[in-house]
Design a protein around this ligand. Structure first.
Ligand SMILES: Nc1ncnc2c1ncn2[C@@H]1O[C@H](COP(=O)(O)OP(=O)(O)O)[C@@H](O)[C@H]1O
Ligand SMILES: [Mg+2]
Length: 479
């Protein structure tokens, strides 16, 4: 096939290559300078020799061309293998072939490297934990990673950014960056499916990518950050307010004692008693604040002590009995026998139960009973799939006014009170349950609050038994 093809191409080439020689021979014969027969023999020799040389070259070049055609038809890099490279032809065609083979190898290497780089870049985009969107110069979304698709929905084909993010601030920032600004950052709120605060960061890509992207948009969920910022600001405002109230009262009485009531010994006694109470309130507040910050500082370190709950609760009941008695109340302990010791810090756990029983005394009905019941075999409702034996529960129950349902989720926030005036009047700081929550976080424990308005409340603490105190699970039990 190649031979016939080459023959047809070689004939005109051989003829034109030998034409000058043949013309000279013909002229020499015509002028009588060369006999006709030798001229014909020489002419035939020239034709045969040229035909052979041209024929071989054309055959070799045709082979080279066919091989290059095969390489071009298979445009995948993987197809560029020695399989496509025929035996090296002789002569200049052979050198040409070698050059083409070198070029082919260099190209396939380059293509392989580019493909690997592209795959790596795509893997990086997919692995970015934040939603990431690539935009072309017409503000169309040309690529979204999986995180962006799950946040904003999948995008079919290049679509305007406004189709998935309608926020005017975000779109204006996108336009500015596409016009040539290096970067822009905007905070905005996404309302569906749940309200979230997001930060959009736009940056230009210096090189145009394969999908024509020239800008990248990354989204950062800053809801928690904003919430923390708000909480910090609220906390400072609340703490300052709580401290200023008794301070104002104190300064007021100091003024009165230095002025109008200077000589009034009866008023002085009364005022000093109030001042003492206000100072005590400030001390309580500062102590609660300090203890809260100390607990928070160590919140990531779980205490490893071994605490026997019986003596701890017994001591607590004795300490608070007097205060309970003032309201005609009783503290009733109900501990199961064989209560395992728990893992924790004795002083902090004492603070937990002191706060809960203290609340019971404050908010329980006068003359009623507060029960503190400790047992094993119960599990907090959000304790995951931990076995029931993984917890010891201590329930502090009061009979009193109870708490309306809407307040329950917020009770452990700092300074959150159902009735602020009432809490202050009872000497509360509004920090007790926040301290309880943080201590329990540190102990990897839980607090559950149940309450029925008009009947009373149960605050249940779940703690982890000390490993040495946990009885080994018995084998061969009931199925
Ligand atoms: N046992 C309870 N019965 C009714 N309300 C309670 C009880 N315990 C706490 N609360 C409510 O939760 C609020 C926060 O409690 P806490 O943080 O201990 O602050 P404080 O006792 O200083 O007011 C209280 O102000 C009160 O409104
Ligand atoms: Mg309290």
């Amino acid at each position: 096939m190649i031979a016939r093809h080459a023959f047809y191409r070689a004939v005109p080439l051989a003829l034109s290559a030998s034409a000058p020689g043949l013309i000279i021979l013909a002229a020499l014969a015509a002028w009588g300078l060369l006999a006709v027969v030798p001229a014909l023999i020489a002419g035939a020799a020239i034709l045969v020799a040229t035909g052979l040389i041209v024929g071989r070259s054309v055959t070799a070049l045709t082979r080279v061309r066919d091989a290059v055609d095969t390489l071009t038809a298979d445009d995948t890099a993987a197809a560029w293998t020695p399989r496509h490279i025929p035996r090296r032809p002789a002569g200049p065609a052979g050198e040409l072939w070698l050059a083409i083979v070198r070029l082919t190898r260099a190209w396939s290497d380059r293509i392989r490297t580019s493909e690997a780089r592209l795959a790596a870049a795509e893997a990086v985009i997919a692995a970015v934990p934040n939603p990431l969107i690539l935009l072309d110069e017409r503000r169309r979304v040309v690529h979204v990673n999986a995180q962006a698709a799950s946040l904003l929905g999948a995008v079919e084909g290049p679509r305007d950014l406004a189709a998935i993010l309608r926020n005017p601030l975000v779109l204006a920032a996108a336009d500015a960056v596409l016009r040539g600004e290096a970067a822009r950052v905007v905070d905005f709120t996404l309302t569906v499916p749940v309200e979230r605060q997001l930060q959009a960061r736009f940056a230009r890509i210096d090189r145009q990518s394969h999908d024509d992207a020239i800008a990248v948009l990354t989204l950062h969920d800053i809801t928690q950050l904003k919430r923390a910022e708000q909480m910090r600001a609220d906390f400072i405002a609340n703490a300052s307010h709580e401290l200023r109230t008794p301070l104002t009262t104190l300064t007021g009485f100091i003024e009165t004692l230095r002025g109008p009531a200077r000589e009034d010994s009866e008023a002085r006694e009364r005022f000093l008693a109030i001042m003492h109470e206000q100072a005590a309130r400030m001390i309580r507040l500062v102590e609660d604040l300090l203890s809260l910050s100390r607990i928070e500082l160590n919140e990531h370190v779980m205490p490893q002590g071994r605490v026997a709950l019986g003596p701890l609760l017994g001591h607590l009941a004795d300490t608070l009995e007097l205060r309970a008695g003032e309201r005609g109340m009783r503290i009733q302990l109900d501990l199961t026998p064989d209560l395992p010791d728990v893992l924790g810090d004795r002083d902090e756990l004492a603070q937990v139960f002191q706060n809960l029983v203290d609340n019971g005394i404050k908010y329980g009905r006068a003359g009623s009973e507060i029960t503190v019941a400790a047992a094993t075999g119960a599990r907090p409702s959000y304790g995951g799939d931990a076995p029931e034996s993984a917890f010891v529960s201590i329930a502090v129950r009061d009979r009193g006014e109870g708490i309306a349902r809407e307040h329950l989720p917020r009770l452990t926030e700092r300074f959150y009170r159902v009735d602020t005036a009432r809490s202050r009047e009872m000497g509360g700081t509004g920090l007790g349950l926040a301290i309880v929550k943080h201590i329990l976080n540190r102990h990897r424990g839980y607090l559950e609050i149940e309450s029925t308005p008009g009947i009373g409340s149960v605050f249940t603490v779940f703690l982890r038994p000390h490993p040495a105190a946990t009885p080994a699970p018995c084998s061969g039990g009931m199925p």
